[in-house]
Design a protein around this ligand. Structure first.
Ligand code: SF4
Length: 205
């Protein structure tokens, strides 16, 4: 049991915003995003490079973050990054859940697991191997696919999860060849599903 942290505790924040979850099982629901700063995975195609360093990001207290999330009245709160597991997520998740909010995590799993979540989306990257503590918490696996090699990585990661985890292959946005690759793969491997980034098609965050 973790001790209650003071609500003055802060995290480096790239941005918070209210939108619609664009990917995976919860696609389409009202979501309040908390994007934490800091990532040491360095994916070459990353579309959040401004989140790699936490030095330039303002600190926000868990009290302020909780109030903003509650005010938005979303279906879910999504803690994302950057790589959110670079931070101890226990205090933030406890504060959000104490406000009656449903809390989700989106992580590459590159650091030890922390926090208490209602849903965990695991998006492992071959550029930094995931921490073993993450696998048992995963509700959905979402692997970004740019080429054939990524499909092998996806299968390797899927083997480490419990059988109920939902498995998605998601085309890398700037690799158009990945769409037919995934399409054909799923016809032959029906235990996988395709995830598309709805928010990018809509032109929203
Ligand atoms: S893990 Fe996410 S934030 Fe980090 S480099 Fe990869 S895509 Fe970007």
């Amino acid at each position: 049991m973790k001790a209650i942290a003071p609500t003055t505790l802060t995290y480096p924040i790239v941005e918070t915003f209210h939108s619609i979850q664009g990917e995976g099982t919860w696609m389409g629901v009202s979501a309040f995003f908390i994007r934490l700063a800091g990532c040491d995975v360095y994916c070459p195609w990353c579309d959040q490079k401004e989140s790699w360093t936490s030095k330039l990001s303002p600190q926000q207290s868990i009290k302020v973050l909780g109030e903003a999330a509650k005010q938005a009245n979303p279906t879910i709160v999504i803690i994302t990054g950057g790589e959110p597991l670079m931070h101890d997520l226990w205090p933030l998740t406890k504060e959000l859940q104490s406000l009656g909010l449903r809390v989700h995590l989106e992580t590459s799993g590159a650091h030890a697991f922390s926090g208490q979540f209602d849903w965990v989306t695991f998006s492992p990257k071959p550029f930094k191997v995931p921490h073993e503590s993450v696998y048992s918490h995963v509700n959905e696996l979402k692997v970004v696919i740019a080429n054939q090699k990524d499909l092998i990585w996806a299968e390797e990661q899927a083997k480490k999860l419990h059988p109920e985890a939902i498995k998605y292959l998601q085309p890398e946005w700037n690799s158009p060849q990945s769409q037919p690759l995934i399409f054909d793969y799923i016809l032959d491997h029906p235990d996988w599903r395709m995830s598309l980034q709805m928010h990018k098609f809509l032109g929203v965050r």
